[in-house]
Design a protein around this ligand. Structure first.
Ligand SMILES: [Zn+2]
Length: 150
């Protein structure tokens, strides 16, 4: 029988950031309570009847977010002024994006990659909500077959 299964997990975290050279107010240091949604699709199920093990995905990806992004300041490596300021504050947590602004788009792409690296899962898409009214998505290449056990 044809068809595709699709599952979604949701992870929340709080981070500070600013967008270097943004013409509007995103250039100011500020924070968001982000929500990340990870969709995984498959045409086949595992022996347990899963597209993906929710618990494993949540633990691994959620753990990575907790260790790297949650209650951290997200900053571009090009933002030397902000990096210097953050490093002067003892106990501040900083996550550096190499030569890219920590936009919701970039964050979605990074999470997509982390899901692959940490969980062996190729998400259909990753959506990062920056506020209740705006999000950005990164889409994987092929929404077709199984991503399990690669
Ligand atoms: Zn922002």
């Amino acid at each position: 029988m044809g068809g595709t299964y699709q599952v979604r997990i949701e992870l929340s975290f709080a981070s500070g950031h600013r967008l270097l050279e943004h013409k509007g107010k995103c250039v100011f240091p500020h924070g968001h309570t982000y929500t990340a949604e990870i969709w995984v699709a498959s045409q086949v199920l595992s022996d347990l009847g899963f597209v993906v093990d929710f618990t494993e995905l949540k633990e691994k990806l959620g753990g990575w977010i907790e260790d790297n992004w949650d209650h951290s300041f997200l900053v571009s490596s090009a933002d030397e002024e902000m990096l210097g300021a953050l490093r002067a504050v003892r106990g501040s947590r900083v996550f550096v994006f190499p030569d890219e602004n920590p936009s919701a788009e970039v964050m979605a792409r990074v999470l997509h990659q982390r899901a692959r690296d940490l969980c062996g899962v190729e998400p259909l898409k990753v959506r990062v909500w920056e506020s209740p009214t705006q999000y950005a998505e990164f889409h994987g290449v092929d929404p077709g077959g199984s991503r399990l056990g690669r």
